[in-house]
Design a protein around this ligand. Structure first.
Ligand code: FAE
Length: 531
């Protein structure tokens, strides 16, 4: 249940948005020249945990977010647009949408021309790898499928050997799932709903081929979904809403951690505020240079805000870029040489199979995945494949999957001074290592079931889309460029708190790990550095 504080916090957020404001909470804390105890860059999972726990410890917090405050409805009465009818709200300053699926039956029918606008989903292109990220107050929680999966303990220990796994599994993973409001679909509802026919069919085919399938928890409220199907609530997951935002049902960060944080009265969130630069003054405080822009991307004001404690929660690419820029331009020259290393796409590979004509996957599909094919025990090709929907509103006969493989390849980021941005170095050959693992699983299903891959969906006649990811991880790896709690080497009171800490792979969808790790780190940091 939501607490009173949480309700108050969420109310303040929606009221600010309704009044056309970009700042929620005490405004002076985000004014030019403000000096604050703690500043958090970003409003995704790591950032939101940081803000809540700092505020609960009595520390006032300012959060700066480059994306919009997504609460006020547009002309159609909705805050977000659907996948099937995308408009300017869909993507971050584009002339045309760039959805993960490029085409259907090789036809260019998926993407639409749109007006440039600070839309909620961004795609950051880097040659052979494009990275999808959420933009807005709530970060990735606004656009993701909400699958809230705890990683396997053995793999977690392999990836982050310096972290006490007992503490994570006894305390921080359960805490993260509770705060995120993770729940699990009722198997009876799943078994009957026509919106999960696509999932039941793909699961049955995987089982027929000898694979194990598992239900996975999620942060979409499955009781709300059941009422959607009964016609008692406004549909969202059942109305093709997800990657461009959910208008209802999903317990995204503005309804959970951020609402609670605002409810303390000690947190200010300033939206459309992008941090461009981080410097340190003679007293050891950090001053950030922030550009406040409007929805036309015109500069409203450049501000400088100073903080005693600075937390970077701008996501794997955002945090790493800020750190590389600070190091390489000489603003924070003592940052570790290994910043930018250890990046990976969590082994993401998307693929699709063509079902037989007598095996429809359903015109009606929920946008929220609830089941995975778990083949992580296969040491030769560890794969966890999410059974993904394709909510096109028509029968496609497609079984779509987002496979997470244990691809051991790692890329790195460098700072390009001329372009003033970070460049990701990742090659198609590196993706191919993960794709081969995914292929061995889906080849087996195709073999047993007598089916083939769909090649009409990803462009270039390809069966596998391994040139984009949803799960960027790494760039400021825990225990390498930071201590074991995210304190950056070379500086005091400067912290990384997000997906940049995880070295490239975690074996499942990462949001719960990012959240739980931030909970663990903040507890230690607050106890030792702040009180
Ligand atoms: P993140 O949530 O990315 O937040 C970073 C925030 O910082 C963003 O709001 C940025 O706009 C903001 N920012 C960046 N640079 C700046 C700057 N310079 N100044 C101010 N603000 C800045 O970070 N994961 C799951 O576990 N389950 C799923 O089902 C799932 N589905 C996904 C589906 C899609 C389409 C996508 C894109 C991702 C999905 N993910 C999923 C991944 C998950 O959302 C992602 O790992 C987390 O959101 C990363 O959390 P962070 O706290 O690192």
């Amino acid at each position: 249940m939501a607490t009173r504080r949480q309700l108050l916090g969420y109310a303040s957020l929606t009221a600010a948005a309704a009044a056309g404001l970009t700042t929620v909470g005490p405004r002076a804390a985000a004014a030019d020249g403000a000096v604050v105890p703690a500043l958090v860059i970003g409003t995704g999972y790591g950032a939101a945990v940081s803000a809540l726990r700092l505020a609960e410890a009595g520390v006032p917090v300012t959060m700066l977010e480059m994306g919009r405050l997504w609460s006020e409805p547009g002309e159609d009465g909705k805050v977000f647009c659907s996948i099937t009818a995308p408009d300017k709200r869909s993507m971050w300053f584009r002339d045309r949408t760039e959805a993960p699926l490029a085409s259907f039956l090789w036809l260019d029918v998926v993407n639409r021309d749109i007006e440039p606008y600070p839309g909620v989903l961004d795609r950051i292109d880097h040659g052979d790898m494009s990275v999808y990220v959420g933009r807005g107050v709530g970060g990735g929680s606004l656009v993701n499928g909400g699958m809230a999966v705890v990683p396997r303990r053995d793999y977690f220990a392999e990836v982050l050997p310096g972290v006490d796994a007992d503490a994570m599994y006894d305390r921080y993973f359960p805490l993260a799932q509770t705060e995120l409001r993770a729940n699990t679909i009722d198997p009876d509802y799943y078994a009957e709903s026509e919106f999960y026919r696509f999932s039941r069919q793909a699961a049955a085919q995987a089982e027929e081929a000898g694979f194990t399938t598992v239900f996975v928890p999620g942060v979409y409220d499955f009781e709300y979904m059941r009422r959607e199907e009964a016609g008692d609530e406004t549909p969202s997951a059942l109305a093709s809403e997800v990657i461009y935002g959910n208008n209802h049902g999903k317990m995204s960060l503005p309804k959970t951690y951020l609402a609670k944080a605002l409810g303390t009265g000690l947190v200010t969130i300033a939206a459309r505020h992008e941090v461009r630069r981080i410097e340190q003054d003679a007293d050891g405080n950090y001053t950030v240079t922030v550009e406040h822009r409007d929805d036309a991307n015109e500069l409203v004001e450049t501000k400088r805000i100073t903080a005693r404690h600075l937390f970077l929660g701008a996501g794997s690419l955002g945090t790493t870029e800020l750190l590389l820029r600070a190091r390489d331009t000489g603003d924070l020259p003592a940052l570790d040489d290994a910043i930018g290393q250890g990046w990976g796409p969590n082994g993401n590979v998307m693929t699709a199979r063509a079902n037989h004509a007598w095996e429809p996957t359903g015109c009606k599909q929920s946008t929220i995945p609830v089941m995975g094919i778990d083949d992580w025990d296969n040491a030769a090709a560890r794969v966890f494949a999410e059974i993904a929907p394709m909510p096109a509103g028509l029968e496609t006969f497609v079984s779509l999957y987002l496979a997470i493989t244990d691809n051991p390849e790692r890329g790195h980021l460098t700072y390009d001074a001329a372009a003033d941005r970070a460049l990701l170095h990742w090659t198609a050959a590196q993706s191919a290592t993960g794709t081969a693992k995914a292929k061995s699983l889906f080849d087996a299903i195709n073999r047993v079931h007598g089916t083939t891959y769909r090649r009409d969906l990803f462009g270039g006649n390809r069966a596998f889309a391994d040139d984009f990811c949803y799960h960027p991880l790494g760039g400021a790896v825990l225990g390498e460029v930071t201590d074991e709690y995210g304190r950056l080497n070379g500086y005091e009171r400067l912290y990384v708190t997000d997906s940049a800490l995880i070295p490239g792979s975690i074996g499942v969808n990462p949001l719960v790990t990012i959240t739980a790790l931030a909970e663990r780190n903040l507890e230690a940091i607050i106890a030792a550095d702040l009180v």
